[in-house]
Design a protein. Sequence first.
Length: 244
Amino acid sequence: AQCEVCHELQSKYCCPGCFVKTCSLKCVKQHKIRSECDGVRDKTAFVSIPQFTDMHLKSDYCFLEDAGRKSDSSRRELSLMDDKNINKLINSAKVQGITLKLMPSGMERRRINSTVYSNTDKAIYWHIEFLFPQFQAKYSQRRVSEKSSIEKLLEIYLHPAESDPVIRHKLRDLVKEGMEAISVLMKVEERPACSPKFYEIDLKKSLVDNLRGKVVIEFPSMIVVRKASMADFDLLSEGLLLFF
């Protein structure tokens, strides 16, 4: 058959992805550029018995092996949070004055939590969530060092030049007003839903310093609001904070 790219020479190759016939490496490359084809065979595509070859058999075998490896990898990842590691995480938080409580397996908050205790660093790397209720936005960061300041973490969203451009556009009003115009809150856990209270977070302090003395369910959720809106939130007084 003739090369389907240059239409000059006899074809030598057949693209595994779309079965286009080509005669040379040059034509293979041109085909991939023109068709935006990655050249990878669709491993789930139907192949009739008469067309099934040793190549398909080998590909299917590799596909099943790859699926097995990924399954094993997922199980290993889940096993990282076995009872021993969970206890280390909870105990490390307790030493730092943080009451960390985990939800049952299968709960959404439990499922997405990436918080881990590092034996090497003897430190916790937190999953953290930032809520911007006035902008209907929510963003998460994975494996955040407990030594990171809240202000530094917020720069990812609010820095006028270095923040993510898509997020910066969505939060543009806050970006214009600057860090000094915002307050960060954290909901007091284990209170009646009808009477919520909030801690005010110190932007200059580290994550671990801000979490000290607090209950955390899975991972911290920080609420970012304008200072002008603070009257809408019932804050836990300093006196109560010492004994809560």
